[in-house]
Every structure is written in structure tokens, then in C-alpha cells.
Ligand binder design. Sequence first.
Ligand code: FNR
Length: 183
Amino acid sequence: SKFQIAVVVGSLRRDSFNQKLANAIMKLAPPEFSFKQSQIGDLPLYNQDDDDNPAEPVKRLKGEIAEAQGLLFVTPEYNRSMPGVLKNALDHASRPYGQNAWAGKPGGVIGASIGSIGTAIAQQHLRNSLAYLDVPTLGQPEAFIHVKEELFDEAGNIGNEDSRKFLQNWMDHYVVWVKRHTD
Ligand code: FNR
């Protein structure tokens, strides 16, 4: 398809709500968009000594980002910030200096939490790093998803009408954003 999106999920948990959210919102995009999740769970801890000799998972991640027209980050909030696994992935693909794979790729940020402020602070911290990494990131609408029982149905779709409409609107804006930043 015309627009390939690299998806990065900030939780490695088997039953992750954010993984479920990622899976559900990918289905809300038009057919000209395809999504490929970049796995980050097997990345080593970032060590600048390895910049000249990156591990296979690091090369894979950077290759997937290079191929993509856009980025989609779906993340939980850990201790009022983004999870370390996500920051580790950001750091890996930003290096070596001058070879930042993220640069210029339009991005979207979304996240789900069982807490009532729904990842707002994690997303803000993530936006801070993305600004530095030269990722033009969709500003509005924001989406802070508070996970409740009925959020997902058995098929893994968004289970209630209000949330589905809200997330469809978010995706529609994300699609316009990616197109606007792709030549
Ligand atoms: C959390 N959780 C959490 N929630 C939140 O809204 N703000 C926070 O700062 C934190 N901090 C935090 C730290 C750590 C180490 C864990 C494990 C959890 C709760 C979090 O929202 C909840 O575990 C989600 O289910 C995590 O997302 P996934 O794994 O379901 O995608």
C-alpha cells in the first residue's frame, strides 16, 4: 500500500491493553495504509560503545523505520513517563550521531491506562523526545484512553460506540497528518 506505518508499542506484556489498542486502531485506517509493528522487546540496552557494531535487532528496527512513511506510538505510562523499553528503542534508532532513523517521519502518539489520566504525562514525555528527534507529531486530537471493561469486544475491536467514534476521528486526523508530510 501507499503508506506504510511502523507501529511501536511501549508494553511487552502478553495481555497489554496498549497492544490491544494498537491492534484495534490499525483497523480504523483506510486500505491505502498498512501497519507493521516493530518489535522492541529483543533490543539490547542501549550502549554507545556499540554504535559502530549494532546488534541484529537494532539493524532490523532501523530498517523498518527507514521503510516506513509514518510512525505510530502506542504506549502505557510507567511512573509518570514512558516505559524504559520505549525510550531504549528511541535511543537505539536515533544513533549513531547523524543517522537518526526517526527524523522527518510523521508520527502519532496514543496510549491507554487503567488510571484516570490515561497516559497524558507519558505521552508528553514522549512528545518531548520526538520533537528533538525531528518527528512531526500530530498535536490534535489528543487521545488519553482510560481502560474500562467494555473497551474491547471479543473480536478485538473497540467495543463501545462512543470510544469507536472517538478513535475513528483520531485515526482520520492521523491519516491526514501522514499524507500531509509525505511527498
Ligand atoms: C504502571 N501504571 C501506571 N498507570 C498510570 O496511569 N500512570 C503511571 O504512572 C503508572 N505507572 C506504572 C508503573 C509500572 C512499572 C507499571 C507496571 C504500571 C499502570 C498501567 O497503566 C497498567 O499497568 C497498564 O495496564 C499498563 O499498560 P499495558 O501493559 O496494559 O499496555
